[in-house]
Write a protein that binds this ligand. Structure first.
Ligand code: PGA
Ligand code: ZN
Length: 426
C-alpha cells in the first residue's frame, strides 16, 4: 500500500491575475498529483475562508505536510478529517480552505495515478464508498453525462458593464450527446459575437468568457441571445437552424447577493428598487416571455422568505438553483431542504474545502431529489480540470464552466470531450 511521501506548494496565477496556489503530492510509489485552487468573486458568506496565497502555501508546506506524510492516500475520508480537525473552525479560517482543498484534491489525483485509474473513475469509487477507496469496484458503465451550461453574456461582479444580473446562459437539451451540446454552445457563442459587433457593441469578455456589452438590460440580454440562437446556421447550411425552447434553453445566474441593498434589490440599469415580492414578479414576467429553465441565486442568501415564496410559486416552472445559499456545505443544504427553498444545487469544492465534504453534499442533494450542477469559479486556472472528472464521477446533471472561450473555461469542456470520446463514446 503506497503512502504519502512528500507535499509541496507554491504560488501560481489564476485567470484574473490573482495569486492562487498549486500543491504537489508525491506518493512513495512515485505517483504524483498536482492541484491548483480557483477563487470566486461573488462568494457566499458561509464559504470556507481562503488565505492569501503565500500564507496558504506556507500552511501546506509545513503543518499540513507534517500531518499527512506517511498516511494512506486511498483513505480520503481520513486525510480530510485530519485536516478539518487540525483547523478546528467551521469555515477553515485557521489553515485556509484553499490550503486544505489543494491538498485534498491533490491526494485524490495522486491516488488515482497510483492505481492507473482515470480521476473520474477513482472519484466515482470514493463517491460510492463513503470517500474510502475499495479495491473491488466495478467500472462505470454508460452514464448520465453532465450537460454544459454556457455562460455567454456576463454582468454583475464578473464584468465592468452595467448589467445587474451576473450570468446569461444557454443550455442544450439534455437528450443531445455532449459533443453536439458543445458544438451548439460554440455556434451560439460565435453568433452572439457577430451580432454584437454588427450592432456596434463591444465584444470584450467578462471573467467567465461571456461578452460584456455596455448599455444592456436583462431583457435586452435575453432578446439578443434569442436572436443569436435564431441566426445560427449549423455548419453554414441555410436550413439547419437551432430552435430556442427545443434544442437550447435559457438560464440566468442572478447572483442576487451582488445587488441587494438592505432588503431591496437595486436593478440600477432600469432604475428599480424591488422588494422580494416585486423581484419574484419581475422573474415571473421573464419566465413568460423567454424559455428560461434555470434560475440561480434569485435572492440573496439571508432573504429566506424570498426563496420560500418563490419556490412555492415557481417550482414547477423553472429549476431554482441554490449557490451562495448552500455553499457546497451539507449543513446549509439540510436547512434548505427542510424549508423547501430550492430544486437544484451548485457544487464548488472550494466553497467547502475537501473532497469528502463535497461528496457528502452531493449524496445529500441527490437523496433529496435535487438536480446537481458542478461549477468552476470566476477566477480559475487552465491546469485545473478537476470539476470535469467530478461531474462525471457523480453523474451530475449539469456542469458550469463559463463560455466556450478562454483557456481556463475551455480546459474543462475539453477534458469532458476527452472523457466522452475515449471512455463513453459510441
Ligand atoms: P464566482 O461566481 O465564482 O465569482 O462566485 C460563480 C457563481 O456565482 O456561480
Ligand atoms: Zn452562482
Amino acid at each position: 500500500m503506497p503512502k504519502i511521501k512528500d507535499i509541496t506548494c507554491h504560488k501560481v496565477l489564476n485567470s484574473r491575475s490573482e495569486w492562487t496556489i498549486e500543491t504537489r503530492v508525491e506518493l512513495d510509489d512515485g505517483a504524483v498529483g498536482t492541484q491548483t485552487v480557483p477563487d470566486g468573486a461573488s462568494t457566499g458568506e458561509n464559504e470556507a475562508l481562503h488565505l492569501e496565497a503565500q500564507k496558504a502555501a506556507a500552511v501546506v508546506n509545513d503543518p499540513l505536510k507534517d500531518l499527512l506524510v506517511s498516511k494512506n492516500p486511498f483513505n480520503q475520508l481520513e486525510i480530510d478529517t485530519l485536516m478539518i480537525d487540525m483547523d478546528g473552525t467551521p469555515n477553515k479560517r485557521v489553515l485556509g480552505g484553499n490550503s486544505i482543498l489543494s491538498v485534498s484534491l491533490a491526494v485524490s489525483n495522486a491516488a488515482a495515478k497510483s492505481l492507473n485509474l482515470q480521476l473520474f473513475e477513482y472519484l466515482h469509487v470514493l463517491y460510492k464508498n463513503n470517500s474510502v477507496f475499495k479495491p473491488a469496484y466495478s467500472k462505470m458503465g454508460s452514464i448520465n453525462f453532465p450537460t454544459p451550461v454556457f455562460n455567454i453574456l456576463n454582468g454583475g461582479k464578473h464584468a465592468d458593464n452595467d448589467l445587474s444580473f451576473q450570468e446569461f446562459m444557454v443550455i442544450p437539451a439534455k437528450t443531445t450527446p455532449y459533443p453536439k451540446q458543445l458544438e451548439m454552445g460554440v455556434f451560439v457563442y460565435n453568433s452572439l459575437h457577430k451580432l454584437l459587433v454588427s450592432q456596434g457593441y463591444e465584444s470584450g469578455v467578462g471573467d467567465e468568457g461571456g461578452f460584456a456589452p455596455q448599455g444592456f438590460t436583462t431583457k435586452k440580454a435575453l432578446t439578443t441571445i434569442k436572436q443569436a440562437v435564431e441566426e445560427v446556421r449549423v455548419d453554414g447550411e441555410k436550413n439547419n437552424r437551432l430552435v430556442l425552447g427545443k434544442d437550447l434553453f435559457l438560464g440566468m445566474d442572478v447572483a442576487a447577493e451582488s445587488f441587494h441593498v438592505g432588503d431591496r434589490y437595486e436593478i440600477k440599469e432600469e432604475s428599480l428598487k424591488l422588494d422580494h415580492a416585486q423581484l419574484s414578479s419581475y422573474y415571473g414576467d421573464l419566465l413568460q416571455q423567454y424559455p428560461i429553465i434555470y434560475l440561480e441565486d434569485p435572492f440573496y442568501e439571508n432573504d429566506i422568505e424570498g426563496w420560500e415564496h418563490f419556490y412555492q410559486n415557481y417550482k414547477q416552472k423553472v429549476m431554482i438553483v441554490a449557490d451562495d445559499l448552500v455553499v457546497t456545505n451539507a449543513k446549509y443544504l439540510k436547512a434548505a431542504i427542510k424549508k423547501n427553498l430550492a430544486s437544484a444545487v451548485i457544487i464548488k469544492p472550494n466553497q467547502v474545502g475537501t473532497v469528502s465534504e463535497t461528496l457528502d453534499f452531493i449524496r445529500l442533494a441527490k437523496s433529496a431529489d435535487m438536480s446537481t450542477i458542478v461549477s468552476h469559479r470566476s477566477g480559475d486556472t487552465p491546469e485545473d480540470t478537476f470539476i470535469s472528472d467530478l461531474a462525471v464521477a457523480v453523474e451530475a446533471d449539469f456542469i458550469k464552466s463559463g463560455s466556450p472561450a478562454r483557456g481556463e473555461r475551455v480546459a474543462k469542456y475539453n477534458r469532458l470531450l476527452d472523457i466522452f470520446d475515449n471512455f463513453f463514446g459510441s
